[in-house]
Write a protein that binds this ligand. Structure first.
Ligand code: SAM
Length: 506
């Protein structure tokens, strides 16, 4: 794996840590960022990660490669044109024949109103001396503009939407995105054309649910996409044309962006000569593991059952096999199950009702189709392997050395064993995580946390009361105990891997 512009290793360090068999290389222009990444790699004892201060326009010859995966996250849109060209040239030069490159970028049309707000904020803040005052002046100036225009006016509405958007951004994000002097959005088709000039082509988005097939799950979006396909004179039409015609695929993606006003893409590229199956071949699902962080959410009208994830996304199905499979996946999360095992368990659970989805020989494809549709709807994950997740809460619970390192470094999100981000809410949660190193049993952890409560190291506001008695503090901890540990297990933060236990609290 190669990451171009790896910064302080926020993406690459977790990759190298969770995949000890991979060789990871990261380069970044900023030596200070590389120093922070090197420190994290040292703390975690990573021997499979090489980090170098280098410019993507002049990469050293001895980087290694070819690479199966090349990542450029937060780089392409935020650098001048010659550097953008170098990013794709590096992908073309260093990618393995069947490798995959990931490039994220700001997209049009969603960025037009952002650009308008950004250009005005930049102009007003240009004379501010330091980042903190630039951020303050930028926020103030957009607020002034947005509140100066009458309700109902198009210009005012756009400014107010932008004000709402930046209100939700952290200062660092506002500074490094909106206030970054280089911020060049482009249309999807322009990006694909740039990639084509480097011998690369569009494969997919990094999240399948963000492809046209995914967004077409919304019926109105699908209708609008199909109408644009038809009015533009495209032969295939429809939101899911069964075709390998590249232009149709690209138009479908572009129209999805037009319909949704898309502002950001995380696109996967491969070499131009690689043949691709479009739509995806359902048989590929047979060799994957399946997982879903969902819960049954009651009966739906018409005899179906509703499922919901914690982002509020719902799915309703009356298909007996799919229902049984989704229920099972909800129970075993964060663990996954190989597709054949899931099929067997779902068929046993559904009993004779499974016949409704076809003869036994047709049922694998029926379930694969339902799962791929749920994957496009962002409710089902496919994996090639499971990380070393704890099967149950252990006597001496363990979270990963990476999560402990991140918590210790003051990060407010930590990386779970699935590579996802989990927010750390407050000092108690942070101290709790730090103690999950496999050396402490539940009583010891409760006692240590109680000590922190009594000493005032945990702000009383976090536990809703001032406690001075250590036994009472330990009781408070213990009463929340089971729920918290179950939650950590569900969030894929508990492991059994001795390798991830290496770094202890320091
Ligand atoms: C927004 S950060 C993204 C960091 C990282 N990819 C991540 O996802 O956490 C962009 C990074 O690109 C780096 N960068 C900018 N221009 C570069 C260049 N010409 N060569 C290499 N890195 C560059 C910056 O130093 C910065 O660390």
């Amino acid at each position: 794996v190669l990451e171009l512009g790896c910064g302080d290793g926020a993406t690459l360090v977790p990759i190298a840590h969770s995949l000890p068999g991979c060789t990871a290389v990261g380069i970044d222009l900023a030596p200070s960022a590389i120093d922070r990444a090197v420190l994290a790699a040292q703390v975690l004892g990573l021997t499979n990660l090489t980090l170098r201060a280098a410019d993507v326009t002049a990469l050293p010859d001895d980087l290694g490669g070819p690479f199966d995966y090349i990542i450029a996250h937060g780089l392409y849109s935020w650098v001048p044109a010659p550097v953008r060209d170098s990013v794709l040239a590096a992908c073309a030069r260093l990618l393995a024949p069947d490798g995959v490159a990931y490039v994220s970028y700001n997209a049009y049309p969603g960025n037009h109103s952002r650009q308008m707000a950004r250009e005005m904020m930049l102009y007003v803040a240009a004379r501010s001396a330091d980042p903190a005052s630039q951020i303050r002046v930028a926020r103030q100036s957009l607020a002034t503009l947005a509140t100066s225009r009458p309700e109902g006016e198009l210009y005012g509405n756009l400014l107010r939407e932008e004000l709402k958007r930046i209100a939700e951004l952290r200062d660092e994000h506002l500074f490094h995105d909106d206030l970054e002097p280089n911020n060049t959005p482009l249309y999807f088709h322009q990006f694909v054309e740039h990639a084509r000039r480097h011998g690369l082509k569009y494969l997919s988005e990094s999240e399948y649910s963000e492809t046209a097939a995914g967004v077409a799950h919304d019926a109105r979006t699908a209708q609008a996409m199909a109408a644009l396909m038809a009015t533009s004179g495209n032969r295939g039409g429809g939101a899911h044309p069964a075709t390998d015609d590249e232009q149709l695929v690209l138009d479908r993606e572009q129209f999805a962006d037009f319909v949704r006003g898309r502002a950001f893409r995380r696109t996967l590229l491969c070499r131009a000569g690689i043949p691709l199956h479009r739509p995806p071949d359902l048989h590929q699902v047979f060799s994957l593991r399946v997982a879903a962080d969902i819960n049954p959410a009651g009966d739906a009208p018409g005899g179906g059952e509703r499922f919901r994830n914690d982002k509020g996304i719902t799915l309703t199905t009356n298909r007996p096999l799919a229902r049984a499979a989704l229920r099972r996946l909800g129970q075993i999360w964060p663990h996954s199950e190989p597709f054949p095992d899931l099929l067997a368990a779902a068929a046993a659970e559904a009993g004779p009702l499974a016949q409704r989805e076809g003869k036994p020989e047709d049922q694998p494809l029926a379930l694969a189709e339902a799962l791929l549709a749920a994957h496009a709807g962002h409710l089902v994950d496919f994996r090639t392997r499971d990380p070393t997740l704890a099967p149950a809460v252990a006597v001496r619970p363990v979270t990963s050395a990476l999560a402990r390192h991140q918590a210790r470094s003051g990060a407010d999100v930590v990386t779970n064993l699935l590579g996802g981000s989990v927010r750390v809410e407050g000092t108690l949660a942070r101290e709790f995580l730090l103690r999950l190193d496999g050396t402490r049993d539940h009583a010891t952890i409760a006692h240590e946390l109680a000590g922190l409560i009594v000493s005032g190291a945990i702000p009383p506001g976090e536990i809703g009361q001032q406690i001075t008695d250590i036994d009472r503090a330990a009781d408070v901890i213990r009463s929340a105990w089971d729920g918290k540990l179950q939650l950590l297990a569900r969030r894929a933060l508990l492991t059994i891997d001795s390798r991830v236990m290496r770094s202890t609290i320091g």
